[in-house]
Design a protein around this ligand. Structure first.
Ligand code: PLP
Length: 359
C-alpha cells in the first residue's frame, strides 16, 4: 500500500564501509529527511561504521532540532551545521549535560561567539569562514578578531574552521588555499579544517599541501546515496480501471483522450511526488512537433516519475495527497492490483512510508 524504499543491506553496507575507508576522517551528514533513510537509521549506521573501526568521530546534523533524533543512537560528537544564533539555544535546551558535551557548535558571527561563550564558557566551537557560496561565515578580519575573543575565553574549545564550498564548478583549491592562509593568520590555534563538497582529488591535494591541518570532509549524498544500485523505490498499484476515449475521470473531470487504463498507485504530494516538467522537449519547436504527433503530452498529460516495464508513464492528473493517477494507453501491459512498480525520486525530498532493509 505504500511508497517503499528497499535497501539491499549487504550491498549498501559494503559501499558505506569502502567509502569510509577511502575517506578517512569523514563526517557523515544526517539531516533533513535523512536522505530518505530517516535520521535515526543514519545515526545507527554511523555508529556501526565507528564500531567497525572506521575513522568516524563526528556525525553532522543540519539543525539543533535534529540532535534529539541522533543523540541516543550515535555515541560520538555531534556537529550542528546551521550556525548557532542567540535564539537557538533557548529553543532547544532539552539535552542533558552528557549530550551537550558532545555538541560542536558552528559559529559564523563574532557577536554569536561572544554570546555563546558568555552563556557556555566551555562550549566547543567551530568557526565558519565565508566562502564564495556566501551563505554564512566570518570574513578574514572577523576570523582574526575571533582569535581575540577566544583568547579571552580560555575554557572554550576551538574545534577548527569550517568551509562550506559551492558544488564543484571547476577546482576549489585556489579558494581553499586563500581561506586557509586566513586561518593561519588568525593565529587562534586552528588545527582542523572541516570542508564540504571537495572532490577526492582536491582532498588529497589539500592533505599533501597542508600536512599540519587535519582535514575532515562532511559528506552526505556520496556516502548514503553513492551506490544507487543498492536502492530501489517502488509503489503499489491500488486500482486499475479500463477507460474508453471520452470517458470522464479524476478530480478535475477530464476526459480520456484515448482508450487505455487508469492506474491508481501509491505515492502523492505528501510523499514529495510532484509533477515533473517534461524533460528535453521544452523548446517551442519541440512542443509543436509533439502536438503534431498527437502524443498524450499534447493533451496535457505530464510525465510522471513512475515507470512500468521500463517505460516512464504519464500522470492522468496531478498527484493526489497519497496516491497518483496514471494513464496507460491501449496496448501496454496492464499491471494487476497489488503489483509493485518502479518510481524515480529525489531521495532528499521524499518521505517514504517504509524503508525496508533486506539482508
Ligand atoms: C548538507 C551539507 C553537507 C553535505 O552535503 P552533501 O552534498 O549531501 O554531501 C555538507 N556540508 C554542509 C554545510 C551541508 O549543509
Amino acid at each position: 500500500m505504500s511508497l517503499t524504499l528497499t535497501v539491499d543491506g549487504p550491498r549498501w553496507r559494503a559501499h558505506l564501509e569502502s567509502f569510509a575507508d577511502t575517506h578517512p576522517g569523514i563526517v557523515p551528514v544526517a539531516k533533513g529527511n535523512g536522505y530518505g533513510f530517516t535520521l535515526g537509521r543514519l545515526a545507527r549506521k554511523a555508529q556501526w561504521l565507528r564500531d567497525r573501526g572506521h575513522d568516524v568521530t563526528t556525525l553532522a546534523v543540519g539543525t539543533y532540532d535534529e540532535i534529539g533524533e541522533v543523540a541516543s543512537r550515535w555515541a560520538g560528537d555531534i556537529l550542528v551545521l546551521t550556525p548557532w544564533r542567540p535564539f537557538i539555544e533557548s529553543e532547544t535546551v532539552p539535552f542533558d549535560a552528557s549530550v551537550r558535551k558532545r555538541v560542536i557548535h558552528t559559529v559564523s558571527r563574532l557577536v554569536d561567539l561572544e554570546q555563546l561563550l558568555t552563556d557556555a564558557p566551555t562550549a566547543r566551537v567551530l568557526l565558519e569562514r565565508t566562502t564564495s557560496m556566501k551563505r554564512h561565515g566570518m570574513s578574514s578580519r572577523e576570523l582574526w578578531e575571533a582569535g581575540e575573543v577566544l583568547r579571552r575565553h580560555p575554557d572554550a574549545r576551538l574545534e577548527g574552521i569550517a568551509l562550506h564550498l559551492p558544488l564543484a564548478q571547476g577546482s576549489h583549491l585556489g579558494e581553499v588555499a586563500r581561506l586557509l592562509t586566513d586561518a593561519v593568520a588568525a593565529d587562534c590555534g586552528i588545527e582542523t579544517v572541516w570542508v564540504s563538497h571537495l572532490t577526492d582529488g582536491e582532498l588529497a591535494t589539500l592533505r599533501q599541501q597542508y600536512g599540519d591541518f587535519t582535514i575532515r570532509p562532511r559528506i552526505g549524498t556520496q556516502l548514503w546515496l553513492g551506490d544507487r544500485g543498492a536502492l530501489q523505490v517502488t509503489a503499489t498499484v491500488l486500482d486499475v480501471h479500463p477507460v474508453e476515449r471520452g470517458d470522464i475521470f479524476g478530480y478535475r473531470t477530464r476526459t480520456a483522450p484515448k482508450s487505455g487504463h487508469l492506474l491508481v498507485v501509491s505515492g502523492g504530494t505528501a510523499h514529495g511526488i510532484g509533477l515533473e516538467a517534461p524533460t528535453g522537449e521544452s523548446s517551442i519547436k519541440a512542443r509543436a512537433a509533439t502536438l503534431a504527433r498527437g502524443g498524450l503530452d499534447a493533451v496535457g498529460f505530464v510525465r510522471s516519475p513512475y515507470s512500468i516495464d521500463g517505460k516512464q508513464r504519464l500522470f492522468a492528473e496531478p498527484p493526489h495527497m497519497q496516491a497518483s493517477m496514471l494513464f496507460l494507453p491501449h496496448g501496454a501491459r496492464v499491471p494487476e492490483v497489488g503489483d509493485r512498480i518502479q518510481v524515480r525520486v529525489r531521495y532528499t525530498a521524499t518521505s517514504f512510508d517504509r524503508v525496508v532493509l533486506e539482508g
